[in-house]
Structures are given as structure tokens and as C-alpha cells.
Write a protein that binds this ligand. Structure first.
Ligand SMILES: [Zn+2]
Ligand SMILES: [Zn+2]
Length: 67
């Protein structure tokens, strides 16, 4: 198993609770309101990897509370 397969379907959020930062960003959203790790947009000011900001919430898509 590759790392990309292992992490596919992860939902990430920048806030400790809630989805306030995700609500205003251009990334596609998961049902829970967080963003999909594999569809983060390069032009997103919050989630683009080049900004290297910390992600304070995460869970696998298979354990999404909104699924
Ligand atoms: Zn984003
Ligand atoms: Zn989720």
C-alpha cells in the first residue's frame, strides 16, 4: 500500500472545532463540512500545501460523522 492510498479519503479541517475556515475557502467540501485531503486546491489560502498550515481536525472518509 502506498502512502497516497493510505491517506486517500481523509477529511481535514483547520479549526479545532467547527468548519468556519472551511466555509469560506474554495476547496471542495466533504459531507461533514471539512475538506478532502486529495482535492485541496493550490490557490486555497487556508489549505494549500505550500502554506504548510496545521490541520487540527482529521478523520478518514470511512469514519466521517456525516456519512
Ligand atoms: Zn481550502
Ligand atoms: Zn468527514
Amino acid at each position: 500500500m502506498t502512502d497516497s492510498a493510505l491517506w486517500a479519503g481523509e477529511h481535514l479541517g483547520r479549526s479545532f472545532t467547527g468548519t468556519h475556515l472551511e466555509d469560506g475557502c474554495p476547496c471542495p467540501k466533504a459531507p461533514c463540512g471539512l475538506i478532502h485531503r486529495d482535492t485541496i486546491r493550490d490557490d486555497c489560502p487556508e489549505h494549500a500545501w505550500q502554506h504548510a498550515k496545521s490541520m487540527r481536525q482529521s478523520h478518514p472518509a470511512s469514519r466521517c460523522p456525516a456519512a
